[in-house]
Design a protein around this ligand. Structure first.
Ligand code: NAD
Length: 338
């Protein structure tokens, strides 16, 4: 089999070669630091590819790889892959369902604590001004606050466990409520509107899909409690950026901690975006809204980095290799479909 890994950091290539690459040693393997996308089409005979979320595997990319049989994404989310087109072409897609549930939930709380204890402002003040004044640095406790967890899958479950450790009241919402989990972790499921109006903090852990795209639009954001905080480590497209800017500016929400942004791909490569002859108006608006958001003092933005710990990345690589091996053996695991 010809197996190509895209968007791989050098250390990941070394890790694969040294530790777990041996099981695949009879196959032809190529490592590339570049991501795949329709603007830099691959011309190759890959039968299996492995990509990360920075790649875009759409029809154009799939058409350019006629021998492709399998895509192993090194992520939980798979909205960067056109699943319908892959299915049409008989290409199996696998993901890494649970490499870093604790990791991403920990990051959600890192964002929340940064806001609640004004960690960034305090650090910046001490470092830049050498001032140890507490003026303007008053935060708020998590103890006793109500947190609304939207999506109680792998990551949401860890978020609930961590919140319990802080002595928070937990309520949750999921299209498939898990009553065993509700009993075990001692929280209550609510409908979304009730969760929004009762939570001091809302943390989002649903996947990006047709149902969740724009789920946090202006109407929903306005249903959140006055002075509440929104945390999003899921996918940017779940929260409408312009609406979020509006409710933050008006002071309806007190703050936001975001690891993901709408159209973050465009924002991360603006030079490339500007080189395009006809940028989409919607992309331009997203770039602008993201800049406004990033500059707001009560907003913390991290660059889709919630998954990025040593332990989580090693788990990703191990599961990806297992996914590829199981596919080659004829028993594909962790497959995802439309
Ligand atoms: P999961 O599949 O285990 O859980 C998702 C939960 O959302 C499920 O319980 C599901 O029933 C629920 N859900 C789906 N649609 C819903 C809807 N419309 N309304 C209410 N609930 C709904 O997924 P997970 O492992 O917990 O990951 C969640 C998401 O986090 C991923 O899809 C991915 O986009 C994101 N993620 C981000 C990072 C990062 O680095 N920022 C890393 C990993 C995952």
């Amino acid at each position: 089999m010809k197996i190509y890994f895209y968007g791989l950091h050098l250390w990941e290539g070394d890790y694969l070669k040294d530790k777990i690459g041996k099981s695949l040693s009879e196959h032809e393997i190529e490592f590339s630091e570049k991501d795949l996308n329709p603007d830099s089409l691959p011309e190759n005979d890959a039968e299996i590819i492995s990509v990360f979320v920075d790649s875009v595997v759409d029809k154009k990319v799939l058409d350019a790889m006629p021998n492709l049989k399998m895509i192993a994404t090194r992520s939980t989310g798979f909205d960067h892959i056109d699943l319908k087109e892959a299915q049409k072409k008989g290409v199996v897609v696998s993901n890494v369902p649970a490499y870093g549930a604790n990791t991403v939930a920990e990051h959600a709380f890192a964002l929340l604590l940064t806001l609640s204890h004004k960690v960034y402002e305090a650090y910046d003040q001490v470092r830049e001004k050498g001032s140890f004044s507490q003026e303007g640095l008053q935060g708020f406790d998590l103890l006793g606050k109500t947190i609304g967890v939207v999506g109680t899958g792998h990551i949401g479950t860890y978020a609930i466990k961590i919140a319990k450790g802080f002595g928070m009241e937990v309520i949750a919402h999921d299209i498939n409520p898990n009553s065993d989990l509700e009993k075990e972790l001692d929280f209550k499921y609510k409908d979304l509107d009730e969760l929004l109006s009762s939570s001091d903090i809302v943390t989002i852990h649903v996947p990006f899909c047709e149902d969740t795209e724009g789920m946090f639009n202006e109407e929903r954001l306005r249903k959140m409690k006055e002075g509440a905080v929104l945390i999003n480590t899921s996918r940017g497209g779940i929260v409408e950026t312009e609406a979020l800017v509006k409710v933050l500016e008006e002071g309806h929400l007190a703050g936001a901690g975001l690891d993901v942004l709408e159209e973050e791909g465009v924002v991360s490569d603006e030079l490339e975006f500007l080189r395009k002859e006809h940028p989409q108006e919607s992309d331009l608006r997203a770039v602008l809204a993201n800049h406004v958001l990033i500059d707001m003092p009560n907003v913390i933005v991290t660059p889709h980095n919630a998954f990025n710990t040593k332990e989580a990345l090693e788990r990703i690589l191990k599961t990806t290799v297992l996914n590829i091996e199981s596919f080659i053996e004829g028993n594909p695991e962790n497959t995802v479909g439309v």
